[in-house]
Design a protein around this ligand. Structure first.
Ligand SMILES: Nc1nc2c(c(=O)[nH]1)N[C@H]1C(S)=C(S)[C@@H](COP(=O)(O)O)O[C@H]1N2
Ligand SMILES: [Mo]
Length: 222
């Protein structure tokens, strides 16, 4: 729904073709990257595996905390595919390993009223999403990318990975998954970005959400 200047699309498609990436794997307005850019708001927090803990709490029957040993014992889920950043780069054919977010959340017993997730990070970053985005789509607490331990700049020792949404949802240096009954906005969502962020629907900014709603209202004749 975003109004993307045409040249972004054309440039991306040409570059994808030159890299042998099929055109239908490139979301609208994106362009493939070979290197993996680092996008962080602040300095990289240094969190050792020994210090690392993940809390799963909020609207759940049994909140719990995982330490590194308990996490790595359940980190046996793999996901292969492409990631998409709202700043228009996509990185193709990555391999990720970690724990299934759905399994971690189910173990806490989400309340029937829990519909939203707020991810909290070391350093203060937050991002929100509908709970269905991590229960009904592949999502990991990831500690390995492309067969190597996740670099600190990319969120190591572990980050959230929600690959079907723009990458700002994939919270680095994750420390807490908070289930919520009412939605609360994260950092970028409060600062003009879309509340969901589906790259295939080009949900970049909240203004896209506003325009899409207006278009739907008009189509209904309201
Ligand atoms: N904790 C934290 N997580 C974060 C960010 C951040 O600044 N802090 N940036 C987000 C954004 S905007 C993007 S595009 C991706 C970038 O991930 P990368 O640096 O591994 O490419 O991380 C997301 N997760
Ligand atoms: Mo981003």
């Amino acid at each position: 729904m975003a109004i993307t200047p045409r040249f972004f699309g054309e440039r991306g498609r040409r570059r994808a073709a030159s890299l042998g990436i099929e055109a239908d794997r490139l979301p609208p307005g994106q362009s493939p990257t070979v290197k993996w850019p680092v996008l962080s708001l602040g300095p990289t927090p240094r969190v050792s595996a020994e210090q690392w803990i993940l809390s799963i709490d909020g609207a759940v029957r049994e909140p719990y905390v995982l330490d590194w040993e308990a996490f790595t014992a359940v980190a046996r889920t793999e996901w292969e595919g492409d990631i998409h950043c709202v700043t228009r780069w996509s990185k193709f054919g990555m391999r990720w390993r970690g724990a299934s977010v759905r399994e971690l959340i189910e173990r806490a017993g989400p309340l029937p009223s829990a519909g939203h997730l707020l991810a909290h990070c070391h350093g203060g970053y937050t991002t929100n999403m509908p709970l269905s985005d991590v229960l009904e789509h592949p999502a990991l607490i990831a500690h390995e990318a492309d067969d190597a331990p996740l670099e600190p700049d990319h969120g190591g020792p572990a980050r959230l990975l929600v690959p079907h949404l723009y990458l700002w949802k994939s919270a680095k240096w994750i420390r807490r998954l908070e289930l919520l009954e009412q939605d609360e906005l994260g950092f970028w969502e409060r600062n003009g970005y879309h509340h969901r962020g589906d790259p295939w629907r080009e949900e970049r900014y909240s203004v896209d959400e506003y325009v899409a709603r207006a278009v739907r209202r008009r189509a209904r004749g309201a």
